[in-house]
Design a protein around this ligand. Structure first.
Ligand code: TXA
Ligand code: MG
Length: 324
């Protein structure tokens, strides 16, 4: 179906389309989501088709409050602690699902990812609905996630009726995904909430989920978040020599590189704060992608706190990993 895509701040209009079973762009504190009625298999099917998303990649369900969470999942003690301390917030928990959750949401898995976004507009919207919202990030599969309503409209114009504009996402990088295996917490995706913070809350270390043969979370697939312009991570300024003679754009953390003209550099965090860098990362990748460089070079950041999530997104966007 073709739509004349509107961008606006009318929560009623977003609710109207969602109740009709259509797909709407919604703001969250992490990235914009592509939302539909999470209890309707027909509505959820539209998300997969609009995003061109492989059907084996499950979606997460968004709710406004804890009561509605109980309708969808079975909790354990650690999950309870994390729900009470971190929700609403940039955390998704993967837990055993209840039968009300349609198979298409979980791609047939017996677990479902649930999250309570910390964004007033979307919380108000969710309270007006009597169903949870299934929502992946609102980018076409494989491209950079959107952190502004305009990004969603640029990528999905004509495919959805409405994008609810809630301003620029304050976290800027997707939620951290935690699940449980053999009663132990595992991390499926680094994101907006640092693992160290979660470990302190549950008094336990959270291990990486690494199981190359079985794809538990396609967020673990490497060809994600990619720009069209080839992007490479460099460790320091000397590495730039390899690209001598090319038109280079650089993503830097809090210091410009001496060798590259300033106008070809995008500084992610002039204040040196990793949270600021996360907030700007996807916008920077999009803008650099549109400038027609031969190559985008990104300096990796410190591997701590939210830095893990930033480096993770850069690695997945890195060109030579695309066909792994
Ligand atoms: O911040 C976010 O989480 C954003 C906003 C819109 O809420 N959403 C988001 O959704 O990033 P998506 O679909 O782009 O990424 C969700 C990831 C996918 O990699 C999916 O494979 C994984 O969560 N996932 C969903 N359900 C899962 C499950 N039952 N077990 C393991 N991984 C799951
Ligand atoms: Mg995504």
């Amino acid at each position: 179906m073709q739509f004349d895509t509107k961008v606006g701040t009318d929560i009623e209009e977003a609710a109207f389309w969602l109740k009709k079973g259509e797909v709407v762009g919604i703001p969250t504190e992490t990235v914009y989501g592509l939302a539909a009625n999470g209890l309707s298999a027909d509505a959820v099917a539209k998300i997969y088709s609009i995003k061109n998303r492989p059907s084996f990649n499950p979606l997460i369900l968004h709710v406004a409050d804890e009561n509605r969470l109980h309708d969808l999942i079975m909790q354990n003690e650690m999950a309870k602690t994390l729900i009470h301390s971190c929700m609403p917030g940039p955390l998704t928990l993967v837990l055993p699902r209840k039968s009300i959750v349609p198979d298409i949401v979980t791609a047939g898995l017996d677990t479902v990812g649930v999250r309570m976004p910390n964004h007033e507009t979307t919380r108000t919207l969710l309270k007006k609905l009597d169903f949870p919202l299934a929502a992946p990030s609102a980018n076409p599969s494989g491209y950079v996630s959107p952190t502004m309503a305009e990004h969603v409209a640029e990528n999905l114009a004509g495919k959805i009726p409405y994008v609810l504009d809630g301003g620029t996402c304050t976290v800027g990088i997707e939620s951290t995904i935690i699940g449980f295996e053999n009663e132990q917490p595992v991390c499926y995706r680094h994101g907006g909430l640092a693992i160290e913070v979660l470990e302190k809350l549950i008094h336990q270390s959270i291990h990486e989920h690494i199981q190359p043969d079985v794809l538990h979370s396609p967020g673990q697939m490497k060809s994600h978040y990619a720009t069209t312009t080839p992007l490479f991570i460099i460790q320091n300024e000397k590495d730039i020599k390899q690209w001598d003679g090319m038109h280079i754009g650089c993503l830097v953390f809090n210091q410009f590189l001496a060798e590259v003209p300033k106008e070809n550099q995008w500084m992610l965090a002039s204040d040196g704060d990793l949270h600021t860098a996360a907030k700007h990362l996807f916008q920077a990748m999009r803008e650099m992608d549109a400038r027609g460089y031969d190559v985008i070079l990104a300096l990796g950041v410190e591997n701590n706190g939210i830095g893990y999530a930033i480096n993770d997104r850069l690695h997945r966007a890195q060109h030579h990993l695309k066909n792994d």
